[in-house]
Structure formats: C-alpha cells, structure tokens
Design a protein around this ligand. Structure first.
Ligand code: COA
Length: 631
C-alpha cells in the first residue's frame, strides 16, 4: 500500500506490528470506531496569505509574465487587509468551528453529486486485477465464489469493528470511508444525486446482487444462523443463476445508469413508476455489493490484454458486450469474465482508491488462503431473479443509453503499461522519493511530447483529519519545469541536470507533505469560492481570472494508488484534452494506466505511455552515469 501508509492492528491508538488480521479473533470493543474517529484532528483552514502566495508560485510555470503580473494584482487586492479575502476566510474559519469537517460536504456535492457527467468513464475508477487462468464457466464460478467469500470476510471486520486502523507518517487515519462502500448506492436525480447507505439502516442487507447476461439476481449470502455462505455454497448458487439466465436477448436495463446524470435522473423516475421495477431497483441499491459475471470480450494480443481489461472495468466494452451487465451507480461492482478477466469498478462519491485497494488486497490474500474443502450441502433456495417491466418509454431510454455508451466506448483511449525495468527500490537507492521520481518522469514525458508544461493534479490523502478525503499536490513547479527543460538541453552537464532533478523531487515532497497536512491550495481556494457563493452577490475577481481557469484545467490528472496486489487502478481524464494517469509502484516494477479521449486530436494514451517509459529509463541512466557524493 501507500508507502507511508501503514496498517496496524491497534488497541485504539497503540500501534502494533503490521499483520493480517483474522476478523473473528481480534477483540471486539463496541465503541472503538467512535473513540478513534472522535480522536482525529479537524481539517484546518490554511492561512489566507500562505495559500495566495503558493497559488502565485503554482501559476509561475503556467503563465506568461504579462498574465502573471495581472494575476498578482488581483491576488494582492483579494488578500489585502480588510479585503474580501479576509472576510471569506473568517467565514470559512467559522464554518470550520461549527462543522465536523468544513470541506467534506461541499466536496461531496461539488466533486460528485452535482456533477452531471456520466459516472462511467468520467468519475468511476476501475481496478484491473492480474489475469486469471481460467478459461471457462467452472473456473469463472469458482473464482467469483471465492471472491465473494473474501469480500464477506472483509465485511466481518467492518461489522465487528475490528478493521485495522491505517497510519500515514505515524498518524492514524480516518476510517470512515470503509463504512461507506458496502451496502451503498448512488441515486440519480434530475438536478443532483444523492448516496444512500443501507449498512446503517434498521435492517442491513444480507444479500448481494449478481448480474449475468444483463439479468440481475438477489443472492442471499448468509445462512439462517448468520454465518456467511461457504465458497461451495456460493458456487452452487452462482451455477443456478447462470443456468437461469442463459438467454442473452434481455434488455440491458443496467445501461441506463451509464447516462448523463440529468438524463438518467429523468429515466430513473420513469423506471420506478412501476412497482415491480421499483422493488428490483431497490434490491440492487440495498445489496451489499454487485458481482458482474461478464461474457467473454473480443480477444486481443497479450500486449494489449490489460488495456482491454481496463476498458472493460471502466465501461464494459459497449452495448454489444458487457456495458449492460452493470449498475453503474452501485458503489462496488466486482467483475469476473468467463475469459479470466477480472477486477472491479466503483462509484467514487463515497470513497477514494486506497480503501478500495486495501479491500482488494485482503480479498486476494483470502483467496490464496482458502482451501478447497467440500462443505456438507444443505439445499438453499433459488436466488431471486429481479423482474423489470419494460414500457415503450423505458425501451426508448435504453436505446438512447446504448447509443451514448457506444460513443463513450469509442472515445476512451486507455493503455496499461507494466514498466518492468525497475520499481520503487531504485529511487529509494538514490535517496529519492519514489512518488516524486515518478511524478518528475510524468512531467518529462509531457514536456517532451508538447514542449510546454501543464497544470498537474496528484491526489493527496486528507485522511489524517476527521472525514478527510483528498487535496491536490501540484506536481508542476518552477523547479520541475527547470528540470524538464534541462534534461534534453545539450548545453547542460549531467551534474546540473541531476541537481535540478533532486531539487524538483524535494520541492514535490515538500508540497506532498503540506497537502497531507491540510495546507495545500486547491481545497482552500474551493472553500473560499463556495463561501463567496454563500456570502456575496458576485464572485471575487481572482475566481473570474483566466489564470484560475488555467490552474484548474488539469491536463495531467494523476494518482498513486499503491497495493500489495499486482494490480492497477484506472480512471478517465479530468478534461477533454487531458490524461488520466494512475500508477502502482511495486518494489521492482511499476504499473501505469493512462487514459485520454480519442476525440481530442492532441492526446494519445499509447504515445504518452511510451514517453513515460523513455522518461523513467532516461532519468535512471542519467543518475547511473552521474556519480554523487551522497549515494
Ligand atoms: N529516500 C529513500 N526513501 C524514501 C525517500 C528518500 N528521499 N522518500 C521517500 N522514501 C520512501 C518512503 O519512506 C516510503 O517507504 P516505504 O515503501 O518503506 O513505506 C516510500 O519511499 C514511498 O514514499 P513516497 O514515494 O515519497 O510516497 P508516499 O508513499 O509517501 O505517497 C502520496 C505519497 C502523496 C501518494 C500519499 O501520501 C497519498 O496521499 N496517497 C493517497 C493518494 C490517494 O488518495 N489516491 C486515490 C485517489 S482516488
């Protein structure tokens, strides 16, 4: 997992050596989560002057001198004593005193629930798991059964409050996101969405939903004595589901959830007018999670295999393939294909990637441990098939959703690169932060492709704080720009290039530390803007300035999501002419997933991965050819 992010079984606050926790054997303390959560610090509001100064520094490599001098004036006016900035800052500080987290609700609304873009591709990430070597239905069923049992094992830790607390830089992290990912679902609205979490209701669900050939089933995963079904029991139930969903001519009702949110919001209200449909939708929403048993996808070369799986995780491959085999609003959907492809997609509103991959790591470990023991079989009832009455209007909505999905599929360019020359051990041997090293390679790749640098976003965890989510590390800096310019400059000596690289990585690490301690600029600026929307009649000039739009236009949207499993998370670009880059640095190799849109002439995911590959290798060669006193 995350380098600094250590997981330790803890007696609330007392870290113990890291180990795999057996859910049923750890002492249960009823008030544990509450005590832990309430002990976490509140997210601070950074000083106004500090954010303004850092905002100007971030803009420096992105703007011309003239543009920069204009923005300097606007910022000076904003930050002056008695000015509008001070007033908004006071409002924010008041909000911080009154709420558990001044940011979390605004963030949830603005980043997720107000967004009208489809969740598929635009916000929901996918996770690509290593290829499984089953090639048939039996293998698929067995694998899916173990996976389900593994997730239920993880759920036991959540239910028993025995989930090990995570640590970042020695500080305990907020564990709230783990309580939001099971039994939850996004609900579309014609103007804004919401998220419902059934885990906290009076009757928490005991079922999952399984979808095969576009047909949804309720699968009860607990015996009457409350114990989870065994792998064998689950397997028998999955066989029954498979056998009663053989026809593939059913309407792909789930594809509706891939639509633009306003469109889906309207179609949803129309869909649930019918009582049967409403009950079926509710069963999906309430289920603990969904398992999608996918049909085989078109085969591709070994080289392209993981890229194809990444696309399958992000959108299902289109209406002819598995895009109708999803309920995109469901928080967690595990995907197991008959051809050995597997992974998951998750709806982003309730959680970030790290808790999801921690769950994946647990499930993968669990699956390795699971013995092939035959359990005595007590006959179980047939899983209930969810019925949908398809009116002509719903049929029309489905056809529209199919068309739009196919356009989206055509538009997404996604490439997985398994960079095998070295992993995080190499930068560590050079006394460099592996994350900073990778970020500088991304900067170099981008600069070499475009001859300029762009606004870059890297997710940083705010989970040191109560209900913390993320802020952004600004990886493009004056120092990173100096390094990438120098790298291919024949007039520069290698020693100078190395010095510039060291400086750029150090500056990145400093910003990363600031970000995880709640001192980055992006969420603070968002807070000031939201406060202005609440308090003022018009937005202050700094938010109307072109520079602000430039700063917020993230052509490179990046994230490290590390795991012990050899997997990679993937997500779509943030802007039409940008790249989404997610990476998992393992000890001796690095997995990357790069996405772009085909409709943008200037971007190309395959080309970018090639540039990343060269950049990493060139930086390594540079370091190896340049002796340094401290190495
Ligand atoms: N010399 C030698 N080793 C170094 C080093 C140096 N100069 N700097 C760092 N290292 C080591 C670290 O100690 C760590 O060691 P470990 O593997 O033994 O734990 C390792 O290198 C990794 O550190 P680094 O590469 O600097 O990054 P990180 O693991 O601290 O991660 C972030 C940085 C920003 C990615 C992380 O703090 C974070 O916030 N992650 C969350 C991202 C997120 O939420 N993404 C999801 C969005 S959906």
């Amino acid at each position: 997992m995350l380098g600094l992010l250590a997981r330790t079984a803890t007696r609330w606050g007392l870290p113990q050596p890291s180990r795999l926790v057996k859910p049923m054997t750890v002492l249960q303390m009823p008030q544990r989560p509450v005590v832990h959560q309430e002990g976490l610090p509140k997210l601070p509001v950074p000083p106004l002057k500090q954010t303004c100064e850092r905002y100007l520094a971030v803009l420096e490599p992105l703007l011309s001198e003239e543009e920069l001098s204009h923005t300097h004036k606007l910022v000076a006016e904003f930050v002056r004593s008695g000015g509008v900035g001070e007033r908004l800052q006071k409002g924010l500080e008041r909000r911080a005193r009154k709420t558990e987290n001044w940011l979390s609700e605004w963030w949830m609304q603005s980043a997720y629930l107000d967004s009208r873009m489809p969740v598929a591709v635009y916000t929901s990430p996918g996770v690509v798991l290593p290829r499984m070597h089953f090639q048939d239905r039996q293998g698929q069923m067995r694998f899916a059964s173990k996976l389900i049992a593994g997730v239920l094992d993880f759920k036991t830790m959540i239910d028993n409050d025995t989930l090990p607390v995570e640590y970042l830089g020695g500080k305990p992290l907020c564990m709230d996101q783990y309580y939001q990912v099971l039994s939850s679902c996004r609900i579309p609205g014609p103007k804004k969405d919401s998220v419902v979490n059934h885990a906290v209701g009076k009757t928490p669900p005991t079922h999952i939903t399984v979808v095969h050939n576009f047909q949804f089933f309720v699968l009860d995963v607990y015996n009457s004595d409350g114990t989870p079904l065994t792998v064998d029991q689950i397997c028998v139930q999955l066989e029954k589901i498979w056998n009663s969903s053989l026809q593939s001519n059913k309407e792909p009702i789930g594809i509706l959830s891939s639509q633009h949110r306003n469109t889906w919001g309207k179609a949803y209200n129309n869909l649930i007018k019918d009582k049967t449909n409403k009950e079926s939708v509710r069963a999906i929403q309430k289920s603990i999670f969904t398992v999608c048993l996918d049909a085989p996808m078109p085969s591709v070369s070994d080289e392209l295999y993981h890229s194809r799986v990444a696309a399958q995780m992000l959108h299902g491959g289109g209406s002819r393939w598995n895009s109708g085999n999803r309920w995109f609003d469901k928080t967690l959907q595990f995907i197991v294909g008959e051809d050995g492809s597997c992974g998951l997609t998750y709806e982003h509103a309730p959680a970030e990637g790290p808790p999801i991959v921690f769950l994946v790591d647990h499930v993968v470990q669990y699956m390795k441990r699971t013995e092939e023991v035959r359990t005595p079989m007590i006959p179980l009832p047939m899983p209930q098939k969810l019925r949908f009455n398809i009116t002509p209007e719903i049929k029309k909505d489905i056809e529209k959703a199919k068309q739009n999905m196919n356009i989206m599929v055509q538009d997404l360019d996604v490439r997985v690169l398994s960079f095998s020359h070295f992993g995080k051990i190499f930068p560590k041997s050079q006394k460099m932060s592996p994350d900073g090293f990778i970020q500088m390679a991304l900067q170099l790749a981008y600069y070499r492709m475009y001859q300029f640098c762009c606004s870059t976003y890297e997710s940083a965890s705010l989970r040191m704080f109560h209900l913390g989510r993320t802020d952004a590390i600004r990886s493009t800096s004056v120092e990173s720009f100096a390094f990438v310019q120098a790298m291919d400059d024949p007039a520069k000596q290698n020693t100078e290039k190395v010095t510039l690289l060291e400086k750029a990585i150090k500056v990145h690490r400093v910003y990363a530390d600031m970000a995880i301690h709640g001192q980055a600029i992006d969420r603070h600026l968002l807070g000031l803007k939201m406060q202005a929307i609440e308090d003022l009649t018009s937005l202050p000039d700094i938010f109307m300035d072109t520079a602000y739009a430039v700063a917020e236009h993230f052509n490179l949207s990046t994230s490290q999501v590390g795991s012990t499993t050899d997997c990679v998370m993937c997500f779509g670009p943030m802007v039409p002419d940008g790249y989404g880059v997610c990476y998992n640095p393992m000890d001796n190799h690095i997995n990357f997933a790069v996405s772009a849109f085909n409709s943008c002439e200037d971007t190309n995911a395959t080309k970018f991965t090639r540039f990343v590959d060269y950049a990493l290798l060139d930086i390594k060669t540079l370091l190896e050819q340049t002796p340094r006193a401290n190495i």
